[in-house]
Ligand binder design. Structure first.
Ligand code: C5P
Length: 236
């Protein structure tokens, strides 16, 4: 039976080109059952007003803009994001220690800062491409090193594959937030995700928040699909 928790673990990725379509889905979802992620495409089309609107509708918003720039610029950008009232923002760990510390310091000035999360290695990159840009070693080694840097700089956690969650949880402890995309209900279309995991398995592996897009946004009845996924979580 679906149990709306006070702490929804599912973050629905609002991957729409058209803000009106995104808002139609928002109107069909319940903020007690999920949080929402707004990424680069929707933000570039809908802008800060769209974010404010979704926040005002009662949803916790993960503003997934993956900032990566000089420290001062990223510090000002995360602050601007926080002023929109979002729940979570993210930056690239590859921006380096000074950039991560500047983002942390900027948010620490605020009374109620959003969670500050790092992207380590984009899941689209393999070892060959990493080497091409000068990052030697396996994907796992690079993820682990960059997650360690993020933690040292006071970030709240990382975006990672659910397949990396168990080892990251063991290494970085219970308070480090693990945000995992690539989640699919058993038997669902994987789309372009290569290493997917079910919601229950991802939580068991140590994930805190599950980013889920197409299985919900492209379902005939998105709110029913959300309940089905939440049932999967509750049942484990
Ligand atoms: O539709 P789907 O569930 O695959 O959407 C996953 C969401 O998570 C998308 O917004 C995608 O950009 C994002 N994401 C991802 N893999 C990463 C980081 C983010 O799929 N490594």
């Amino acid at each position: 039976m679906f149990n709306a928790t006070r702490e929804p673990r599912i973050v629905v990725a609002l991957d729409y080109a058209d803000p009106t379509e995104a808002l139609t889905l928002v109107g069909r979802l319940d903020p007690r059952q999920c949080r929402l992620k707004i990424g680069k495409e929707l933000f570039t089309r809908g802008g800060p007003d769209l974010v404010r609107h979704v926040v005002a509708s009662g949803f916790d918003v993960f503003l997934d803009l993956k900032f990566h720039d000089i420290p001062n610029t990223v510090a000002q950008a995360v602050k601007a994001a926080a002023e929109l009232g979002v729940w979570m923002v993210n930056v690239h760990a590859l921006g380096g220690r000074k950039m991560l510390q500047a983002a942390r310091a900027a948010l620490d000035e605020l009374p109620k800062p959003p969670l500050l999360i790092a992207v380590t290695v984009l899941t689209s990159l393999d070892e060959v491409e990493l080497r091409e840009v000068g990052l030697i070693g396996s994907v796992e080694d690079n993820v682990s090193r960059l997650a360690g840097l993020a933690q040292q700089c006071g970030l709240d956690g990382v975006v990672c594959s659910a397949w990396e969650a168990r080892s990251l949880r063991a290494r970085f402890g219970p308070r480090f937030q693990l945000v995992t995309p690539g989640i699919r209900p058993g038997g669902a279309d994987l789309n372009d995700q290569k290493r997917s995991m079910t919601p229950a398995d991802a939580l068991r592996a140590g994930a805190d928040y599950l980013v889920i897009g197409r299985p919900i946004t492209q379902a005939a009845d998105p709110s029913r699909m959300l309940r089905t996924l939440a049932d999967d979580i509750a049942a484990h």
